[in-house]
Design a protein around this ligand. Structure first.
Ligand SMILES: NC(=O)c1ccc[n+]([C@@H]2O[C@H](COP(=O)([O-])OP(=O)(O)OC[C@H]3O[C@@H](n4cnc5c(N)ncnc54)[C@H](O)[C@@H]3O)[C@@H](O)[C@H]2O)c1
Length: 269
């Protein structure tokens, strides 16, 4: 093993990372990667019981992973969640704001219920979890504290069929910038990643909705979007996790207010 490789292990050693929406897909891969880098991980999702994949990970890492049931739209419940996480693993060094929901419809049919659902989870829940964790970080003076928000390439550009979701992800990018500026005097960094198309349970639902609105066979949209990526395929959850670990680590200590495209080259900035 090269000396350089050795140096990369344990980039989050001793840190406590809280990941929302970590019941599957990208969130679970982030938790797994953080644990592999030496972190203790509070894994949050909305189900009362941990999903099977989380339970399997917890069995492999009983001392470094704890599942916590919480709905990020329950703003009044956020202090309870943070207290439980701190009681388990101490001060929180890194928040990964990952929970989100997706829906789509032609613009003229995009309705209020769908707007409320997506803004409630993707924007309101994201913001108030972040605010509560940042307060805690400021009070605790936690060294190396940072936040990584999950935006999307959908937040870079509108889409005719995806207006509400695109708007929620544009809001994530904007809140990332504002929070980074507000927290810079405290030495707390706030960044985001903008995944392109990633093969997760969310994409099964996305594919079914495109099939409905674009009259495509199931699986066809997924095939098309993968081929349209300059690197020629959809991303894997672990490839998003690598970027999150980097932004959370001291390797990124001079990076804040950025949303990093992790999309195989689809968006250039
Ligand atoms: N998959 C993609 O192609 C893609 C692309 C760009 C951005 N993203 C973003 O990446 C993140 C993860 O996406 P994913 O593909 O892994 O999705 P996913 O649907 O596989 O996982 C999202 C998780 O969030 C949880 N969740 C939803 N609402 C919640 C709530 N109110 N409280 C707590 N947990 C809640 C779900 O239960 C689920 O486990 C999201 O922010 C998503 O918008 C995904």
């Amino acid at each position: 093993m090269a000396a350089n490789d050795q140096k990369r292990f344990g980039r989050l050693a001793g840190r406590h990372v809280l990941v929302t929406g970590a019941g599957g897909g990208i969130g679970l891969a982030i938790a797994e990667a953080c644990i592999a880098e030496g972190a203790r991980c509070s894994v949050v999702d909305r189900g009362a019981d941990a999903p099977d994949a989380v339970r399997a990970l917890a069995r492999a890492h009983p001392d470094t992973l704890a599942y916590m049931a919480a709905d990020v739209t329950d703003i009044a419940g956020i202090p309870r969640l943070l207290a439980a996480a701190q009681a388990k693993f101490g001060a929180i060094h890194t928040l990964v704001n990952n929970a989100a929901v997706f829906d789509m419809a032609p613009l003229l049919e995009a309705d209020e219920a769908s707007f409320d659902r997506m803004f409630s989870v993707n924007v309101k829940g994201m913001f108030f979890v972040m605010q509560a964790v940042l307060r805690h970080m400021v009070e605790a003076g936690t060294p190396g504290a940072s936040v990584v928000n999950l935006a999307s390439q959908a937040g870079r550009r509108g889409e005719a069929l995806v207006s509400h979701y695109c708007a929620t992800k544009a809001a994530v990018i904007s809140y990332t910038q504002s929070a980074a500026l507000a927290m810079a005097p405290h030495g707390i960094r706030v960044n985001g990643i903008a995944p392109g198309v990633v093969d997760t349970p969310m994409w099964a639902g996305v594919d079914a909705l495109f099939a409905k609105y674009e009259n495509l066979p199931i699986g066809e949209k997924k095939r098309q979007v993968g081929l349209a990526v300059p690197l020629g395929r959809m991303g894997a959850p672990a490839e998003m996790a690598g970027a999150v670990v980097f932004l959370a680590s001291d390797d990124a200590r001079y990076i804040t207010a950025q949303t990093l495209n992790v999309d195989g080259g689809s968006v250039m900035s």
